[in-house]
Design a protein. Structure first.
Length: 334
């Protein structure tokens, strides 16, 4: 099979596209012919060796895929030919999704509706699970509240905008360019602010008539976090999702006290370990929203698997909107 392999930590161009011998599928695992693989910002951190989880070298990156089951253990509930999406345990040269073939645990795999394209399925799991847990589990977002989403045209942000609208919130989108503003508008944001051209804090205060943002969804950190503290509402909730800016902010406890708001963290992966039943509940709810047409991944780029390094570099540099998906056009070769 062909796959991208990380043999030393570094930039995306440190990966190499290789022909690898087909290994036997470990006991209890599914073998999946990859149709599409989602490209996530944290993939670039894994490749660079700066993510909180550090796979042993060498490894194949890519944590979410969609495709067709090729082999399934008895009693797993899956059979060859099933259309699925899967979250992968990245590690070694048999686990990641930037490949023509991947292996996944049955508990991390989900059959997808016939009407769901593989590209949607590859963009569906991580971003929407993160958004659902951040907005509903951590922030307890309520209908009618004001939701501020940073990096609203990106993969994580675009999912949060859609989920916020589905929950009945009024959504304010913060973006960095006119192109991204157009995307956020198409996603349904009620107000779009280009933070490089406009005063974000004042825009939020004006739009909410001084109330401020009840919930802030922040995958950026740095200056975005600091601005959020200046326009958050009384009893507001600031959800820390990540630090795509590369800057980890420091919360000032005296400011949290004086303005009476909360700063809460979201590490979605921990729910798989500690509360997997909540992940199942979330998945059911997300599929219902998808079937009803209330959420749909904004797949802005479909890139051949052979160009994964370029695609990952663009995502890492913030040059993309929505979700970038790798397409394994050649299919699985065994």
């Amino acid at each position: 099979m062909r796959a991208w392999v990380v043999r030393r930590n570094g930039a995306p161009d440190s990966m190499s596209f290789e022909d690898l011998p087909e290994a036997a599928t470990p006991d209890g695992m599914l073998k999946i012919a990859v149709a599409a693989a989602g490209v996530n910002f944290f993939d670039s951190l894994l490749v660079a060796g700066t993510y909180q989880q550090k796979p042993e070298l060498p490894f194949i990156p890519g944590a979410e895929i969609s495709g067709t089951v090729v082999e399934a253990p008895s009693g797993s509930g899956f059979a060859p030919g099933d259309r699925v999406l899967a979250r992968l345990q990245v590690g070694g040269v048999g686990g990641g999704g930037y490949a023509e073939v991947a292996r996944a645990r049955p508990q991390d795999t989900l059959k997808i509706p016939d009407a769901m394209p593989f590209e949607d399925a590859a963009a569906f799991f991580v971003n929407y699970q993160t958004g659902w847990f951040g907005l509903h589990r951590r922030a307890n977002l309520q209908r009618g509240e004001f939701l501020l989403v940073h990096a609203a045209a990106g993969g994580v942000g675009s999912a949060a905008v859609q989920l916020g609208k589905a929950a009945g919130a009024t959504v304010i989108a913060s973006v960095g360019s006119a192109e991204k503003a157009e995307v956020a508008t198409k996603l349904g944001a009620d107000l779009v602010v280009q933070h490089r051209e406009q005063d974000l804090v004042q825009a939020v205060k004006d739009f909410t008539r001084g109330h401020g943002a009840d919930v802030v969804y922040d995958p950026v950190g740095g200056d975005a976090f600091e601005k959020s503290t200046k326009c958050i509402a009384f009893e507001g909730r600031l959800v820390v999702v990540g630090f795509t800016s590369g800057q980890i902010p420091q919360a000032r406890a005296n400011h949290v006290l004086v303005k009476n708001y909360s700063v809460v963290g979201l590490h979605w992966g921990l729910y798989n370990e500690r509360r997997p039943e909540l992940v199942e509940e979330c998945t059911e709810e997300l599929l219902k929203l998808y079937a009803a047409g209330r959420i749909a991944p904004y797949v802005s780029r479909r890139v051949p698997l052979e160009r994964a390094a370029d695609a990952l570099a663009d995502v890492a540099a913030g040059r993309t909107t929505g979700k970038t998906v790798l397409v394994a056009t050649a299919g699985a070769r065994t």
